[in-house]
Design a protein around this ligand. Structure first.
Ligand code: FE
Ligand code: FE
Ligand code: ZN
Length: 276
C-alpha cells in the first residue's frame, strides 16, 4: 500500500522524506511553491540527493507534487494565463530533479468563458509545455465543479486528454472528496462510478488518488475536505475505496485537515484496511 499525506514543503525534500517516514508513509504530496503565490525556492541539489537516497532505501512509491492554486491555464486574463504557463514550465524543470514522479494540477477555472473554451486553453498550454524528454507524468485532478472549475465531470477530463499530443505524459488524479462533491456516488455505488470512469476516461489513466472525506453532501460542489470517517462519505465507504482491486497500486494521498498525530493515525488506519 502506497500511502502518505500532504506535507509542508518549506523545509526541503530530505525533511519531507523524514517527516513522511515518521508518519508511517511511503509517499507524500507537497506544493511545488507557495500555493497562493508564485515564487519558488531555488532547488538544492544536495537536499534532493539526500531525499532520493532516503526514498530508495525506504521503498517509497511515486510522490505526487501539487501545483499552486494560482495556476489557472484557462484564466480569462492573458497575464494570468502567461503567469500560469511560466509556473508550469518552471515546475516541469524542477520536477526533473526527482525524475519519474507525478505533478498534479487543477485543470483550471474558465471564469465565464465556457467549459469548451477552458478545455481548449488548458490543452493548448499543456501541448506547448510538455516534452517527449520529460520524466514527469502530469495529472489532471478530478474537481468538485465549484464555480467555473473545469474537470468536475469525467467527460471534461477526457476532452482535455483527447487533445494532448503526448498522452503517455498525462493521467488523472482521483480525488474522493471532489468526485463526491461533483455528484458521483462513491459511497453507495463505487463499482458503478469506477465503471463510469473506465468507460469515459479509462482506469489505465488513473495514476493517483487524493484520499479525503467530504464535509458536504454528494453533489454539493463545495470542495471542503473532512477527516477520514468524519464526513459525508464515511469510513465504511472509504474503506471500500482503499480495498478496491481496480485502484490497487496507486499512491493514496491524504489531504485531510489534520496535524501530524492525526495523519499518523489515518495512515495507520488506511494500512489496516488495505491489509485486512
Ligand atoms: Fe488539489
Ligand atoms: Fe485533491
Ligand atoms: Zn479539494
Amino acid at each position: 500500500m502506497l500511502i502518505g499525506n500532504h506535507l509542508a514543503a518549506s523545509k526541503g525534500y530530505a525533511a519531507m522524506g523524514k517527516n513522511a517516514l515518521e508518519l508511517g508513509a511511503n509517499t507524500f504530496a507537497f506544493f511545488t511553491r507557495n500555493p497562493r503565490g508564485g515564487k519558488a525556492k531555488k532547488m538544492d541539489e544536495a537536499d534532493v540527493e539526500k531525499f532520493l537516497n532516503l526514498a530508495k532505501e525506504n521503498g517509497f512509491g511515486k510522490i505526487v507534487a501539487h501545483a499552486p492554486y494560482t495556476m489557472n491555464l484557462c484564466a480569462a486574463k492573458e497575464d494570468i494565463r502567461a503567469f500560469s504557463k511560466n509556473m508550469f514550465v518552471d515546475d516541469m524543470q524542477r520536477m526533473e530533479y526527482t525524475p519519474g514522479n507525478y505533478y498534479n494540477f487543477h485543470p483550471g477555472s474558465h471564469v465565464g468563458q465556457g467549459v469548451e473554451a477552458g478545455i481548449e486553453m488548458i490543452a493548448e498550454v499543456m501541448n506547448d509545455v510538455l516534452t517527449p524528454e520529460q520524466n514527469t507524468t502530469v495529472l489532471l485532478e478530478t474537481m468538485a465543479g465549484k464555480g467555473s472549475e473545469v474537470g468536475g465531470k469525467f467527460e471534461e477530463l477526457r476532452a482535455i486528454l483527447d487533445r494532448i499530443h503526448l498522452p503517455e505524459k498525462v493521467g488523472v488524479c482521483f480525488d474522493t472528496c471532489h468526485v463526491w462533491d461533483a455528484g458521483y456516488d462513491i459511497a453507495g455505488h463505487l463499482d458503478e462510478v469506477l465503471a463510469e470512469f473506465d468507460r469515459v476516461i479509462g482506469l489505465d489513466r488513473l495514476y493517483a488518488v487524493h484520499f479525503n472525506d467530504s464535509l458536504n453532501e454528494r453533489g454539493s460542489h463545495k470542495d471542503r475536505h473532512a477527516k477520514i470517517g468524519e464526513g459525508q462519505i464515511g469510513a465504511k465507504a472509504l474503506e471500500r475505496v482503499v480495498k478496491h482491486p481496480l485502484l490497487a497500486g496507486r499512491p493514496f494521498i491524504l489531504e485531510t485537515p489534520n496535524d501530524d498525530a492525526g495523519y499518523q493515525r489515518e495512515i495507520a488506519l488506511v494500512r489496516e484496511w488495505a491489509e485486512a
